[in-house]
Design a protein around this ligand. Structure first.
Ligand SMILES: Cc1cc2nc3c(=O)[nH]c(=O)nc-3n(C[C@H](O)[C@H](O)[C@H](O)COP(=O)(O)O)c2cc1C
Length: 205
């Protein structure tokens, strides 16, 4: 795992949509601060469905040889994941859910009691957008549902949340609202500051 490596994943079919704009905003900010960002567009990848064989619990690798091999290696190498996915049916789009399924044995070890996380020491940031305006997007579980689904994966994998940002009522907006841009910038700054102070403490020790 490399300290300044970020993996930025786009889980939307629209490269010119709200979710992609949110991801671009976060990536720009991180790159400005000297972080190395690898971008992956899930919709451009060839990723078969998880077969549910559970061999990956033992081998920590999926038996299927497709683009998930490259994506899994990127998950292992990075220090932080920025996952940008729109709300689809109060959940994540199918390719994002399938990526989680295909990462089963990479993310956790099955035990007789609680699962053992395998991606500890890494952080995550969630960016999402939905058609439903706020506060209904939250009250009726739209953005809440998508965030819950992403949180479930990241937390089980032992990863630490840095920020979760929602752009609600997205369909009516031609560009990212200033408020959303500010939230993303604040979140990336918080991450960079945290990382910086952690590095100073390590040097002082
Ligand atoms: C299949 C599908 C399901 C959707 N489900 C929801 C939903 O449950 N709640 C909601 O508020 N918006 C829903 N939307 C709207 C999208 O979340 C919204 O348009 C989002 O901003 C799309 O982001 P993008 O253009 O950046 O990909 C759905 C859109 C699609 C295509």
């Amino acid at each position: 795992m490399k300290e300044k490596n970020i993996l930025a994943i786009l889980g939307s079919p629209h490269t010119d949509g709200t979710t992609a704009a949110m991801l671009d905003c976060a990536v720009r900010q991180a790159e400005k601060a000297g972080y190395s960002v690898t971008k992956v567009n899930l919709y451009e990848k060839n990723i078969a469905f998880c077969r549910g064989c559970e061999v990956c619990y033992k081998t920590q690798n999926c038996v299927i040889n497709d683009d998930m091999r490259e994506i899994t290696a990127l998950w292992r190498e990075c220090h932080t994941i920025i996952l940008a996915a729109p709300v689809y049916w109060a959940n994540v789009p199918a390719p994002v859910k399938n990526m989680f399924d295909r990462l089963l044995g990479t993310a956790m070890e099955k035990t007789k009691t609680f699962p053992n996380p395998r991606l500890k020491g890494r952080n995550y940031i969630i960016l999402t957008s939905c058609h439903t305006p706020a506060p209904f997007s939250w009250i009726f579980g739209q953005s809440r549902g998508a965030i819950r689904s992403m949180d479930e994966f990241f937390k089980t994998a032992g990863m630490k949340p840095i920020g979760k940002i929602v752009c609600a009522g997205a369909a009516k907006k031609k560009e990212l609202p200033k408020q959303t841009i500010k939230k993303i910038e604040r979140c990336i700054k918080k991450y960079i500051d945290q990382n910086h102070s952690k590095n100073i403490k390590t040097v002082i020790k």
